[in-house]
Design a binder for this molecule. Sequence first.
Ligand SMILES: Cc1ncc(COP(=O)(O)O)c(C=O)c1O
Length: 300
Amino acid sequence: MNSRGTLINLNGRIIPLAEANVSVFDRSFLYGDSLYEVVRTYDGKPFRLKEHLERMEKSAILCSMKFSQSTDEYHREILKSIDAYRAQPGRASEDVYVRIVVSRGSGKIGFGLGNLETPTLYVIIVEPISMFPNKPFSKGTKLQISSRIRNSPKALDPAMKSGNYLNSLLAYLSAADAGFDDALMVDHQGFLTEGTTYNLFYANRGIVATAPLDVGILDGVTRRAVIDLCVEQGIPVREVRFPKEYLYEADEVFVTSSLKEVLPVLDIDGKKINKGKPGPIAARLAESFRELVKRELELA
Ligand SMILES: Cc1ncc(COP(=O)(O)O)c(C=O)c1O
């Protein structure tokens, strides 16, 4: 137990924070040789946990990682950790951020799998969701298009949610340094891909567009949900490659992720989008996303 409630599950054992250590020979530490997923709960229930774990399985295939545990075990342990978090005094009604990290394991230094001396290791970190406050919808977010390009799928495929986030982290740091909330990234041809930890959409004349998966982005669980919501509601939606000028001139721009849900972008590179106000399509999708969560998780 600790003051902010942080709960750690290491390889299936809930342990005190002070004992939550991994080896200096762990490959996640040495090489970023790990995978991860992030989900959040609503009234204690994680949204689309199964899809997140399926994506982690796909990530494992992309980096030839063989899990020593089953994804059923990850699923069970995540639910157990959420319950254990909420069983702490005064935390029964708190929603949480859950991060699962799976490292290829630890052993002797050297890339070869023959150096591995342990099975894959996993850590589940549960934090209060209040540590990750969303920007209010009305305030939206202010982004910079980074000069640092998104990894090519032929280098480190962004479809793989690996523990190597330096590409995104460096884009974030320079955007933050320049006074922006965060960054968007283009590919080597100047087509927009996604944000550092979120997917990107724009709307023009009632049509919603987002970059296709093969430009090199993460197949976001929220992105997929939002595309489905557009289809359901008869909002035309396209997956297209687009340059930054399309964003500057768009009626609306918004980003999506498990933590941000649907968040409007009101400023890009200092240019106001929709005169700096959230637009009606983002508002409608944000609202219907919340309704979808409620419906699917059977919340009151
Ligand atoms: C690079 C990147 N893109 C998009 C997303 C959004 O994915 P999701 O909607 O599944 O949270 C994330 C979330 O972690 C991400 O890291």
